[in-house]
Design a protein around this ligand. Structure first.
Ligand code: URA
Length: 433
């Protein structure tokens, strides 16, 4: 078999066989084909797409290109959740404890932030002492004893995806639905859970800017999950506006702790209940409305907050910080951004808000950048809110006050105003099963 023929076939819109896809993934992982040949095929896939079968085969080949996590020693139903990435997205910190408090087993590997989006691992590491690296045995044992553990990606999970993703990033071949779907699902399948709930973000802060594209991505991922024997559901949620009011690592953990105490803002709580209840339908087999009540109940009776504290303690952090969030160190400097008009916020570009937070020190431009955990933004107003001239719409936080000038400039590019009331956007667009 020759990679040349495979590239040629896809270039003319042909359907690749399982053997051809397997040959491509193996050769790419082993270094038996050149990077320019890999990217030529990736570009041909971008132009000509892949069928459901081709996408499923590509995913399975990448999932099996390295380690796979064996969760069979965990007693109970294992359920994972994945977000396609957003700004202010601290849902894992709320949803995982809710589901664990109600009997689901959440053995979750999360990522770090890159670019304008945050990462759960960075957020958790803002809790002093919290360990996001555990041995495989400790990870499994913690999930068996308390029902949840969230760690960074360990081992050599889906290395073929790592190789392809790096090349896609540099060759304008990221935004292809079969390539995104196979990339995400290869890692989810390798991570081992029986149930998978996908939070597919849509809007200015998301990979997929339109609901139609997001729905197509959701369908592709659900189809892959099902064909691999996993119970898979996708929820399409709004990422045109940041989720919740906090953006930045410790600020988001504080907001998540408040949400678990029942003090969460409306949009954050609604998305978390939607995700948690979908996970609970898989875990319990009960209907969605019942699972919504169960999820709300776990916040109201304190059991979800208790689970979060148990996880923090089990992974070396101080659970007192979750009970009393005043214990988190605060940034030395803050800067208030005030409205320049009387009127309404017409739009708030989530990607630009994410970049504002990055410029304050909360995110990375490159992998080796060191984070300022207490840097970030608290939003006092969001799209649709009425504002008065001189009223504070956001406060920026940083330990290095030199960062405010660029950050303020970026924030001002993110927000537009108008004189007339603005229609609120939906938070949840669709569920794909
Ligand atoms: N996230 C991934 O893991 N892969 C993609 O291709 C896009 C987003």
């Amino acid at each position: 078999m020759r990679i040349y023929d495979i590239i040629l076939k896809k270039r003319y819109g042909g359907e690749l066989t399982d053997e051809e896809i397997s040959f491509f993934v193996t050769s790419a992982s082993n270094g038996d084909i050149e990077d320019y040949q890999i990217t030529a095929l990736l570009m041909a896939i971008c132009f000509n797409g892949m069928t459901e079968r081709e996408t499923a085969t590509l995913t399975m080949c990448m999932a099996h290109s390295g380690d796979t996590v064996d969760l069979s020693s965990i007693k109970g139903y294992t359920v994972d959740k994945h977000s396609t990435g957003g700004v202010g997205d601290k849902t894992t910190l709320i949803v995982a404890p809710i589901v664990a408090a109600l009997g689901g087993k959440v053995a979750k590997m999360s990522g770090r932030g890159l670019g304008h989006t945050g990462g759960t691992v960075d957020k958790l590491e803002s809790i002093e002492g919290f360990q996001t690296t555990l041995s495989g045995a400790d990870f499994l044992s913690q999930v068996n004893s308390i029902g949840l553990s969230v760690i960074g990606q360990s081992g050599d999970l889906a290395p073929a995806d790592k190789k392809l993703y790096a090349l896609r990033n540099d060759t304008a071949t990221v935004d292809s639905i079969p390539l995104i779907a196979s990339s995400i699902m290869s890692k989810k399948l390798a991570a081992g859970s029986k149930g998978i709930v996908l939070d597919v973000k849509t809007g200015s802060g998301a990979f997929m800017k339109s609901v139609e594209e997001s729905e197509a991505l959701a369908k592709a991922m659900v189809s892959i999950g099902k064909s691999a024997g996993r119970d898979t559901v996708a929820v399409i949620t709004n990422m045109d506006i940041p989720l919740g009011n906090a953006v930045g690592n410790s600020l988001e953990v504080i907001e998540a702790a408040e949400a678990l105490k029942g003090n969460g803002c409306e949009d954050l709580t609604a998305v978390c209940i939607e995700l948690a209840s979908n996970m609970l339908t898989l875990v319990t087999g009960k209907d969605k409305d019942t699972c919504v009540s169960m999820a709300r109940g776990a916040i109201a009776d304190g059991s979800a907050l208790g689970k979060f504290k148990e996880m923090v303690e089990a992974q070396g952090g101080n659970p007192e910080w979750i009970e009393n969030t005043d214990l988190f160190p605060r940034a030395e400097h803050s800067f208030e951004i005030k409205a320049e008009y009387d009127g309404y916020i017409k739009s708030m570009d989530a990607e630009k808000i994410g970049i504002t937070s990055l410029l304050l020190g909360a995110g990375r431009n490159k992998k080796s950048d060191v984070l300022d955990f207490s840097a970030g933004i608290i939003l006092n107003a969001k799209t649709g809110d009425k504002v008065e001239k001189g009223g504070v719409i956001a406060t920026l936080y940083a330990n290095d006050s030199d960062k405010f000038a660029d950050a303020c400039q970026k924030f001002s590019e993110a927000v537009t105003f108008c004189d007339t009331p603005v229609k609120k956007q939906p938070l949840i667009y669709a569920t794909v099963k």
